[in-house]
Ligand binder design. Structure first.
Ligand code: DQA
Length: 151
């Protein structure tokens, strides 16, 4: 039986492809979603993929994940650096959380070096672009035992 993984994307990630491609790459969020669905399927994972510019909507979705998902992948965008509300929601979810950033936040502005989300994350992947989402799926598949993956 396949497990459900929620993948959450925060503010401005709907603009991927055209938004600072030198920082975030040329993949659109739609192409990332397609790649996640395909990769997830091969790992025995179903993907519930969302993007919102609203902090409250992201908190609502994380609360839903408590009962609907076996794992959660989150790129909270700029809310990573500001949102205690998203951290608290993640701490209330009893499933493994992987934090993803497309860019290497440690090579960038100092205000991006701290993420509130990290305190709730099993692991953090940053700087590997869209591939980071697939690596996060690999990690969850290994953790949940749906595959004999190589991670
Ligand atoms: C980001 C990094 C954040 O600092 C930034 O605010 C984003 C995207 C990333 O994926 O690299 O919106 O989370």
């Amino acid at each position: 039986m396949s497990e459900m993984i929620m993948i959450l994307n925060g503010p401005n990630l709907n603009l991927l492809g055209g938004r600072q491609p030198e920082v975030y790459g040329s993949d659109t969020l739609e192409s990332i979603e397609t790649a996640c669905r395909t990769h997830g399927k091969a790992l025995g994972l179903d993907v519930d993929f969302h993007q919102s510019n609203s902090e409250g909507r992201l908190v609502d979705l994380i609360q839903q994940a408590r009962t609907s998902c076996a794992g959660l992948i989150i790129n909270a965008g700029a809310y990573s650096h500001t949102s205690i509300a998203i951290l608290d929601a993640l701490l209330a979810v009893d499933v493994p959380v992987i934090e993803v950033h497309l860019s290497n936040i440690y090579q960038r502005d100092e205000f991006r070096h701290h993420s509130y989300i990290s305190k709730a994350a099993l692991g953090i992947i940053c700087g590997l672009g869209a591939h980071g989402y697939e690596l996060a799926l690999d990690a969850l598949a290994r953790k949940l035992g749906t595959t004999k993956g190589s991670t």
